[in-house]
Design a protein around this ligand. Structure first.
Ligand code: NOJ
Length: 595
């Protein structure tokens, strides 16, 4: 209502009258915005509730970055630690609190750092130990955690331990690796390398074979030797002393092999296979994977890591185990009552989900598969991409990127995001004869998903100032951080808003989850339980068609409000029959139960 005083003022003649009206309009506008801001702050205060007893890795987003490809600071075309340090504010911008960096240690780079020649040093390509200390210090000052990659199964063949080991059969380091005699000029048995070919490499210096479950330049350590176990524990201690916040443990299931070196059964006929030319996929890996004693080794590491944990700085451990048998993966949480191994084993179910199963039902069932198999007290986690698999935006199409990020960031548990997926980066094309990846199974290469981070639309996407990035840069003119920041509905902005929502809405923390509905397109679930002031419903359309009547499956009591939509055009809308539709590739997070 306009007051009498205001009415008097409005009687003044133009043009003064015009300015007076303008002034009142501006005052009204500013007051409304202040009220708006205050009420959203009130809503956030009401809905955010500190979760007691949660560990930092339960409430964080983990961001995986491939150091060769993240940011180059010295123009050599390869990313480095100084480059990463220069981008720490990007993680703050994303609302990401923990960064997992793939291996940065001294290495001949046959498997880009997964072949380590000195576990306690930084490879010069990435920088120096001082650069690492600086990075860690700056990250901690900004409230960011750093997780390193621990690669215990194998070293590089250029590691001094292996160079000693191969010298002669009586060398004190001989038993640090797995050596065996051949049989009639053939390898000791039919074991196959994950990367193709026999898992045995003949070494003419001592006329024996050594085991390598990956490249021949990655000899397997022998974990039946106590000195090896101690040496690897001292590696953990070295980095823990520096203050790192956790480790991702590589290739855990390969740590031990059968002591009798028995050949594995052929999967097809369930009988001993005499030939050495089978592929890795055709063997039943009963003698080379998940051997019982591995759990004791993992428990030892967990103890070391725990001994550096205190209230203020818990240290974290996540395991890499790809396996078809879900109960095997779950066994790496540890003994049922103690949960004394990994804080979680990575959940690769969504990474491995075939394209045709990316439907509402397919995703719903996949989520159920993990949660149903989880032991009591297990903390769930979700991954949709990493440096070993094609990018999710290439698999599902960039039009579904925001949808997948909404799935990743709203499922119960800790999400891990592969660098660039928050932009919708796609695989680059690398002709097979130009591939840098030395894993050679058929025409497979992992280069496409390892291309440089796309920062802006300058030359080489702002990744390097040098002439030649180590891998080709992707479609950076349209997909890059600079452009995405300015676009309201970019994948990046959706990702950021989701990250913020997670940190503010208690229903999205915790692990309560109730599936509501799934069909060939739509997947709907609820987060939050009665202890939450408000609950959240997430509805995602994985289909190629517009769908209607989505809300018929949900009871919104007393009503629902869209908190976030992947198209960013419905935020704040009340739920009603009139807006009960989802576009193809659209997802929404709706709050319910708050009046
Ligand atoms: C798993 C890593 O993710 C992969 O990149 C590497 O090649 C193998 N382990 C061997 O270390």
């Amino acid at each position: 209502m306009i007051s009498v005083a205001m009415k008097d003022q409005l009687q003044v003649p133009s043009p003064r009258r015009f300015y007076v009206i303008l002034r009142y309009m501006l005052v009204a506008l500013i007051s409304l915005s202040v009220i708006g801001l205050l009420s959203s702050a009130v809503v956030l205060i009401v809905i955010s509730k500190p979760c007691p007893n949660t560990k930092w890795w339960q409430n964080t987003l983990i961001y995986q970055l491939y150091p060769r490809s993240f940011k180059d600071s010295n123009g050599d075309g390869i990313g480095d630690l100084v480059g990463i340090k220069s981008k720490l504010d990007y993680f703050k911008y994303l609302h990401v609190d923990a960064i997992w960096i793939n291996p940065i240690f001294s290495s001949p780079m046959r498997d880009f750092g997964y072949d380590i020649s000195d576990y306690k040093n930084i490879d010069p390509i990435f920088g120096t130990l001082t650069d690492f200390d600086d990075l860690l210090k700056d990250a901690h000052e900004k409230g960011l955690k750093i997780i390193l990659d621990f690669v215990p199964n194998h070293t590089s063949d250029k590691h001094p331990w292996f160079m000693e080991s191969r010298k002669n059969r009586y060398n004190p380091k001989r038993d640090w690796y797995v050596w065996a005699d051949g049989i009639n000029g053939e390898p000791p048995n039919n074991w196959q390398s994950v990367f193709g070919g026999s898992a045995w490499q003949y070494d003419n210096i001592t006329d024996q074979y050594y085991l390598h479950q990956f490249l021949s330049q990655q000899p397997d350590l022998n974990y039946r030797n106590e000195d090896v176990r101690d040496a690897m524990k001292s590696v953990l201690v070295f980095w823990l002393e520096k203050g790192v916040d956790g480790f991702r443990i590589d290739a855990i299931k390969f740590l031990l092999e059968d002591v009798h070196l028995r050949s594995e059964m052929c999967l097809i006929h369930e009988q001993e296979c005499p030939c050495h030319s089978l592929s890795y996929e055709q063997l039943n890996h009963t003698y080379t994977e998940n051997i019982a004693g591995i759990h004791d080794i993992v428990k030892e590491w967990k103890k070391v890591i725990n001994s550096y944990s205190n209230q203020g700085s818990l240290r974290f451990m996540v395991g890499e185990i790809y396996d078809d048998d879900i109960s095997t993966i779950m066994s790496y949480y540890g003994s049922p009552n103690d949960m004394d191994e990994c804080d979680f084993p990575f959940n690769f179910l969504l990474v491995d989900l075939p394209l045709k199963e990316w439907t509402g039902t397919g995703v719903n069932d996949t989520v159920a598969k993990w949660l149903d198999a989880s032991p009591n007290g297990a903390w769930p986690n979700w991954v949709v991409g990493n440096h070993d698999n094609p990018r999710i935006a290439s698999k599902l199409g960039i039009q579904n990127s925001a949808l997948v990020m909404m799935l990743l960031l709203t499922l119960p548990g800790t999400p891990t995001t592969y660098y660039g997926d928050e932009l919708g980066m796609t695989d680059v094309f690398v002709p097979f004869n130009a591939t840098k990846d030395q894993m050679s199974i058929g025409n497979a290469t992992r280069d496409p998903e390892r291309s440089p981070m796309q920062w802006d639309n300058s030359l080489h996407a702002g990744f390097t100032s040098g002439c030649c990035p180590w891998l080709p840069v992707g479609n950076f003119t349209t997909v890059n951080v600079h452009v995405a920041k300015a676009e309201r509905d970019s994948v990046l902005n959706v990702y950021r808003s989701l990250a913020l929502l997670r940190s503010n809405v208690s229903a999205l923390q915790g692990i309560s989850y109730t599936p509501i509905y799934a069909d060939t397109s739509v997947y709907i679930f609820q987060r939050g339980d009665n202890s939450d002031i408000l609950k959240v419903v997430v509805a995602l359309n994985f289909g190629n068609e517009f769908v209607t009547e989505v809300w018929q499956h949900v009871t919104f009591a007393p009503h629902g409000v869209v908190m976030l939509s992947t198209r960013m055009d419905r935020n704040g809308q009340n739920i009603s029959r009139a807006n009960s539709e989802l576009h193809a590739g659209e997802g929404v997070v709706v709050q319910i139960g708050h009046t």
